[in-house]
Design a protein around this ligand. Sequence first.
Ligand code: QAP
Ligand code: CO
Length: 177
Amino acid sequence: MAKLDILHFPDKRLRTKAREINNIDDKLRSFIDDMFETMYEAPGIGLAATQVNFHHRVMVIDVSEEKDQPLCFINPVITHKEGVELMQEGCLSVPGFYEDVERAEAISVKALDKQGEPFELTTDGLLAVCIQHEIDHLDGKLFVDYLSPLKRNRIRKKLERMEKEFAAQKTRANSTL
Ligand code: QAP
Ligand code: CO
């Protein structure tokens, strides 16, 4: 197993629309294990392949308290939406920022599991919000897209500054080796 690198907003690669998966093999399953490891270590409750620069329609979620209910969705499609709900969201690709986003309150989603078996799930609350957030990633969309341009630009500037500082630190560390 390996931890994967997570792309950060405003990285353009986060805007890629992921492609359908039509071959579920051991190589993909091993990659999914890496996605779970990356999400649990972060720690996070959801991770889409787009965030680790793999542009195929797969995402992992675990919203349980004990972190013992891993869910994997391949080619997920929302088949039903109901109600509206405001929830504070964060994202591993937008570290340190949390904002309210409006989503459907309850959803049904169909997908394939790790074995390639189709399943359908009807849910609400945090899991429903997380599924919508992760499917957005597969379509190149981020939760900051729902904020005002002013808020989004503030977040972008802060993250760009942090990314620059991080790169400079790495350079300094290397030159003192
Ligand atoms: C998406 O997000 C989500 O800023 C999953 O510094 C989040 O796992 C859906 C995280 C909330 C619905 C509600 C964020 C970790 C994790 C950070 C995450 C951070 C460290 C975010
Ligand atoms: Co996210």
